[in-house]
Design a protein around this ligand. Structure first.
Ligand code: ADP
Ligand code: RBF
Ligand code: MG
Length: 202
């Protein structure tokens, strides 16, 4: 169960992602368990979990990062979007297979739909993009996966995850990971990661 302790407002170093991050994952968006939008109101783009075999030491849990969708298949407002994701077994649902479930958030320059717990929370929703190739750079770890006393408690924790992810990515050392254009002021290693992130076979 989730411990009754306050949540950290940001996670990961202020100086930017540190080893083993960034971690690259990619795959086509596949059908998931069919309950993200329906039961929780939180759409999650699922990608195959087989690439996790390359990272045997990667813990299950909740992470933040940045995502690009193949622009020839899906035109999004920004080529790179902030994301929060779960890697694991969804203990609240007791899944038997590991999944990677990615919630894409609006650009950091847009207002956050999940900023407050007052009133009904609505999560970011795009038109469907099943089948679209997706690249993901994992930039930081947020927390372990938990079981919850209720669906509402799970949804509220995911709302807070969105805000932790946004605040973590809003730090200056993370800005170059969201820079859509080749930015000469960004470090060469980060620019290399962005070239990988936004490259899709034509
Ligand atoms: P499934 O169980 O098939 O993964 P979900 O209810 O989790 O279904 O919805 C996920 C689908 O919703 C994604 O595959 C994508 O096509 C779409 N989608 C719409 N908005 C978003 C978003 N903000 N983040 C992730 N997926 C989204
Ligand atoms: N499921 C859990 O059972 N426990 C969790 O702690 C948990 N955390 C999540 C955090 C985020 C950011 C996201 C996007 C999903 C999380 N989930 C968790 C998965 C959630 O149960 C799943 O997306 C839905 O059941 C749809 O498959
Ligand atoms: Mg899903």
């Amino acid at each position: 169960m989730r411990p009754d302790t306050p949540r950290d407002p940001v996670t990961g170093p202020d100086s930017g992602p540190s080893s083993p991050y960034p971690i690259r994952l990619s795959g086509p968006v596949i059908k998931g368990f069919g309950r993200g939008s329906k039961e929780l109101g939180i759409p999650t783009a699922n990608i195959p979990a087989d690439e996790l075999a390359k990272y045997p030491d990667l813990s299950v849990g909740v992470y933040y990062g940045v995502v690009a969708l193949d622009p020839s298949r899906f035109a999004s407002q920004e080529p790179i979007l902030p994301a929060v994701l779960s890697i694991g077994y969804n203990p609240f649902y007791k899944n038997e297979t590991k999944s990677i479930e990615i919630h894409l958030m609006p650009p950091l320059s847009s207002p956050s739909p999940t900023a407050t717990a007052d009133g009904p929370v609505t999560f970011h929703k795009l038109p469907d993009f099943y089948g679209t190739p997706l690249n993901l750079l994992l930039l930081g770890y947020i927390r372990p996966e938990f079981d919850y006393v209720s669906l509402e408690a799970l949804v509220e924790d995911i709302r807070v995850d969105c805000e932790v992810a946004r605040r973590s990515l809003q730090r200056p050392a993370y800005a170059c990971y969201l820079a859509s254009k080749e930015d000469e002021t960004c470090p060469e290693d980060v620019r290399g990661q962005i070239r990988w992130l936004t490259r899709f076979e034509s």
